[in-house]
Write a protein that binds this ligand. Structure first.
Ligand code: PHE
Ligand code: ZN
Length: 879
């Protein structure tokens, strides 16, 4: 049936629930075709709300029975909603019993209860619980859960739910049961169950308080050898949250379960986190350093939700960043703290900022721009965005910057003291941080600071410096502005913490500090300087803004050589590279890298003390999406060609330096995914890619040969995949053979096969060769569009990860995109809507791409029975 057409939901319309559900007792008879769900709730009227009918959410359920206090009752259906009008009066609790069935095997949306590899899994955030039973499926209704699972003993030997296992036993017909009680009240989106043939790695730990806990990681039988890193990451997470925020593990038992069919990365269900296998399984043979690092941060992220999200949850879904922004901030801090040394912390910071600027800044400048706390949505699934997550994390980080690290920990303590066990808002969070630090600039400017939650768009800060020789005075004028975004024509000034330093031409630091910019324009004055300094602004990326300053090459080279802030050192190199890319793109497309730039890159590459990881970041040119954002109109193919040409020139001119970097870093000893050896592998990989690229022009066969040899001999997936990538991206004939071998070697490792697909779909386009490859890949026997990881590895890698190959002048990429969006929409709207966003920035495209893109979007928009998810994305894009 077609969903309602205009069901936009507004934050301002929030009303407390008319009923509370104090407890839920669920019994499941698990059967893939028809699972029976008995739901017994204790319900009472909310005395603060005028008496009204109880309206329970439900979706794709078969309703068999409704009883109130054990008696049949009248009810009606309004669309998907079960409406009960004749409920007992007064405020006493009553028992409501609802019996329904659902069909997990037919659940292709992967929301609610579904089957994957013959096992049962659930996904309830945001609104999946209503696909399991009728309920007040909103986060401010928190209940105590008791769950009984019943199922076949052989097919479902393991049956898990939230909390503690309190009873289990045999039933007739080769069935058994398990009864779970969650000691904490929770919103329905944190409910979970898992049942299937799973095995687990176990670990007992004793927390600081002396309590014992059982940690478990559940996977399919063949995958047990790939769970050690996830378990270590979990143990580190527990210890870190105790040490840094005094937040202990509050459960006797904490479980992680991996599934290969999952829409997102992972889910923080209370005591029973469910993960995409991608963020659990790792061995040195099958996972890269990046995979290891992602696992650490996602395991941390979900674990940290146990406090920030679960103990204190969101009042409504507009407050999503309350838990997500805060928890991303926490996982970023966790990874930095584990990385240890200052230089490794800086590398992590640079990587996080790179994600923010290449994904969130474009979102904030496009049709889907929304505040960190959105004001409206049609489909909440569309708001699990880089803005809510990554920009939200920056907004929390700025609060820490404004109150200091200790002040922030105090603020967190106050937040839990006030709100533990409750469903609250972003305002409540900021208020707690400010109240714990009454003297801080945050407290003094709290109302203004909160514009970061309410105003969308990336602010720009323009910095202008003037040096007066006679008086030795340097004045720095900082002005802020923010472009309009959909529904927000004008913006008021933000509170922008700007960490800065002034660097003399010889590299000495002559001043440093933190300025909190609150007005539209402010001027800082520095006295007693001998010469004009070079300003190093926004150190550590102290605010999520675009910094405009007319840097000369000379000044950027000074910063690259001398800045004490590693972030701005890297940033200086990025600015130098971006300027060269933009000049070539705006000109005829010719690239001619100048000697000072090349020499600066050489100096970094040969630097005796800089970390390999940092060198790799500096030598990696800004991404195509980032470069495209700096342009008014974009021809993505030209951006691609220019960036490739820059890479080739660096490869040729730094050939000997890359050779040296490769030789020095290629052997990292016994595999450990730590920051230092990962950094060395990353630099060796980058060097090898450049050496193969240089060979492409020169016809040299030595380096491609070495890459192929390394591909065969490598002792870990990072080195092996880097070698394969070097062959594929340089377009060498050996690539085909290597790809074939790789597939044969790893044909039973789904996550590795995902990499194999993704590498081919995101390969540099040469004369339009990628789309035909992508189409071929889609008819490969291993391809399956219903598996989100596989769909992402082929379709998303091409449409979102390969601008040069996707934005074809003949529009064939767009046709392919529109067909895939519509195909996916009929089975998994959430995944389809993410793909739909690949053309978000169509208005920036140069003709004829722009017109072709609009037509493709319009074709999708015209499809009958489009999901709310995709409709929201394409309607906004066309507006
Ligand atoms: N809450 C999850 C997280 O960020 C993300 C998620 C959202 C997963 C919706 C599934 C569905 O940790
Ligand atoms: Zn999260």
């Amino acid at each position: 049936m077609r969903e309602g057409h205009n069901n936009v939901i507004y934050r301002q319309d929030y009303l407390p629930p008319p009923f509370w559900i104090d407890s839920v007792d669920l019994t499941f008879d698990l059967d893939p075709a028809k699972t029976r769900v008995l739901n017994k709730m204790r319900v009472r009227r909310n005395p603060d709300v005028p008496p009204q009918a109880l309206r329970l959410d439900g979706e794709e359920l078969n309703l068999a029975r409704v009883l109130v206090n054990g008696q049949g009752t009248s009810f009606k259906m309004e669309d998907h909603t079960l409406v009960l009008e004749n409920l007992p009066e007064g405020n006493d609790p009553f028992e409501l019993e609802i019996f329904t069935t659902c069909a997990p095997a037919k659940n292709t949306k992967l929301m609610g209860l579904y089957v994957s590899n013959e096992s049962f899994f659930t996904q309830c955030e945001a609104e999946g619980f209503r696909r399991i039973t009728y309920f007040l499926d909103r986060p401010d209704v928190m209940a105590s859960y008791t769950v009984t699972l019943r199922g076949d003993k052989t097919k479902y030997p393991v049956m898990l739910s939230n909390g503690n296992l309190v009873e289990q036993g045999e039933l007739d017909d080769d069935r058994h049961f398990a009864k779970w009680v969650d000691p904490f009240r929770k919103p329905s989106y944190l409910f979970a169950l898992v049942a299937g043939q799973l095995v687990c790695r176990e670990q007992r730990i004793v927390s600081r308080s002396g309590k014992e806990h059982l940690l478990q990681v559940y996977v399919r039988a063949g995958d047990l050898d790939k769970t050690e890193h996830a378990m270590n990451s979990l143990m580190h997470s527990v210890a870190w949250d105790e040490a840094r925020f005094n937040l202990p593990l509050d459960l006797e038992r904490f479980m992680i379960v991996a599934t290969s069919d999952f829409n997102m990365g992972a889910m923080e269900n209370k005591g029973l986190n469910i993960f995409n296998t991608k963020y659990v399984l790792a061995s040195q043979a099958t996972a890269t350093d990046v995979d290891f690092a992602n696992i650490e941060s996602v395991v941390g992220h979900e674990y940290f939700h146990n406090w920030t999200g679960n103990r204190v949850t969101c009042r409504d879904w507009f407050q999503l960043s309350l838990k997500e922004g805060l928890t991303v901030f926490r996982d970023q801090e966790f990874s930095q703290d584990l990385a240890g040394e200052a230089s490794a912390r800086a590398v992590k910071r640079i990587e996080d900022v790179r994600v923010l600027r290449s994904a969130q800044f474009p979102e904030d400048a496009g049709p889907m721009a929304h505040p960190v706390r959105p004001d409206q949505y049609l489909e909440i699934n569309n708001f699990y965005t880089v803005t809510v997550y990554e920009k939200g994390a920056e907004v929390v980080r700025m609060q820490q910057t404004l109150v200091g690290r200790e002040g922030f920990a105090k603020g967190m303590a106050l937040y839990f003291q006030r709100h533990d066990g409750h469903a609250v808002t972003c305002d409540d969070f900021a208020q707690a941080i400010a109240d714990a630090n009454p003297e801080s600039p945050l407290a003094q400017k709290l109302e203004q600071f909160k514009r970061w939650y309410s105003q969308a768009g990336t602010p720009r800060v323009r910095a202008e410096g003037r040096f007066d020789e006679a008086s030795g005075t340097y004045t720095l004028t900082l002005s802020q502005s923010c472009a309009p975004t959909p529904g927000q024509a004008t913006k008021l000034p933000f509170v922008i913490p700007i960490a800065y330093g002034l660097v003399a031409a010889d590299g000495r630091e002559v001043a440093s500090g933190m300025h909190v910019l609150t007005e539209a324009s402010e001027t800082l004055t520095f006295n007693g300087l001998q010469a004009a300094p070079v300003p190093s602004l926004l150190r550590g990326f102290s605010a999520p803004v675009i910094l405009d300053h007319d840097y000369t090459d000379e000044r950027l080279l000074t910063l690259l050589a001398h800045d004490t802030d590693p972030f701005n050192r890297w940033e200086a190199a990025q600015r130098l590279a971006t300027a060269r890319a933009l000049k070539a793109i705006r000109g005829g497309g010719e690239v001619e890298l100048d000697a000072p730039f090349v020499e600066a890159m050489r100096t970094v590459l040969r630097h005796p003390t800089l970390d390999a990881a940092f060198k790799e970041l500096v030598l990696t040119l800004p991404g195509e999406t980032y470069i495209a954002e700096q342009l008014e109109t974009v021809d993505p193919q030209r951006v691609h060609v220019v960036r490739e040409a820059m890479k080739e020139q660096l490869a040729q001119q730094l050939f000997a330096d890359f050779e040296q970097a490769y030789e020095q870093n290629k052997d990292t000893g016994a595999y450990r995914p730590d920051p230092v050896s990962s950094g060395r592998r990353a630099l060796a990989g980058l060097a090898l890619a450049h050496l193969c690229l240089a060979a492409r022009q020169s016809g040299d066969t030595v380096w491609p040969g070495k890459a192929y040899q390394r591909f065969k001999d490598a002792g870990n997936m990072t080195d092996r995949f880097n070698a394969l990538t070097a062959l594929v991206t340089s377009g060498h004939p050996l690539a085909a053979e290597a790809l074939q071998r790789f597939h044969a070697m790893f044909k039973d490792e789904a996550l590795v096969i995902d990499k194999w697909f993704a590498l081919q779909a995101s390969a540099p386009d040469r004369g339009g060769n990628v789309l035909p490859v992508v189409k071929q890949l889609m008819s490969h026997p291993d391809f399956n569009i219903r598996n989100p990881n596989r769909a992402r590895s082929v379709i998303f890698s091409y449409c979102s990860g390969n601008p040069g190959g996707f934005h074809r002048a003949d529009a064939a990429g767009y046709v392919f995109w529109s067909e895939r969006v519509m195909e996916l929409d009929s089975m998994n709207p959430q995944v389809a809507a993410r793909l739909a966003r690949a053309l978000d920035r169509w208005k920036k495209l140069a003709e004829p791409l722009r017109t072709a893109a609009r037509e493709a979007i319009a074709r999708v928009a015209a499809k009958p029975d489009l999901s709310n998810d995709v409709r929201e994305v394409v309607t906004r894009a066309l507006a």
